[in-house]
Design a binder for this molecule. Sequence first.
Ligand code: DX5
Ligand code: ZN
Length: 223
Amino acid sequence: APQVRVGPSVLAGDLAMLATETRRALRAGADFVHLDVFDGNWIKGAFTFGPMVVRALRRHEPKAYLDVHLCVTQPAQYLDELAKAGASRVLLHFEALDRSPAVAKAAAQLAHQLGMEVGLALAPQTHLDSDVLEAAESFDAVLAMTVTPGFGGQAFMHEVLPKVHQLREAFPHKSLEVDGGITVRTAALAAAAGANEAVAGTAVFGAKDLRRAIRDLRKSLER
Ligand code: DX5
Ligand code: ZN
């Protein structure tokens, strides 16, 4: 099974201190850092930062694994700039790729040509039909959103767990990531369903002891 990894989402940290928060998470043992790019359009009213800020952060952290979650319309238009900015992996929403296996495959191939890893992100309401499964074949990872994308601090949606299980059955060797409402308890549920990577915002940056929070989340994934 793929490696267990914990990635704090800096959305729950102090965004005005992005580099400081990233370093804090990495020093506390984070395996990667998760960056939520919102364009104010795909999720109405939610606007964070884009490739230029990813590039600025990369200069501070030359070695970090930067996991960039694109909650934007037409995500493929940013791939070139994100590759130049130093993104390690980009997560593209199937719902923003016209729900088309052909469009998704082309975007995944472009990301690979640009030297990045690429994950297919699925909103909670997106079911695993044959189009989604076909699209996912071209991706290194699949992200099952366990909240409706938009903001941190929401409750984990247990109804997504059967989808995580189906994804693991369909793709035994792919990285399977969950994002949203992850706690020590829900990370264990997601791991039991087959997830090996967890993104956690509030559970890490809301904790007094970041190192302990990350360690506890990793333990939950390993069980
Ligand atoms: C939600 C984002 C998540 C968010 C998770 O739209 O994709 O990455 O930061 O935050 P928590 O862990 O607080 O649910
Ligand atoms: Zn995210």
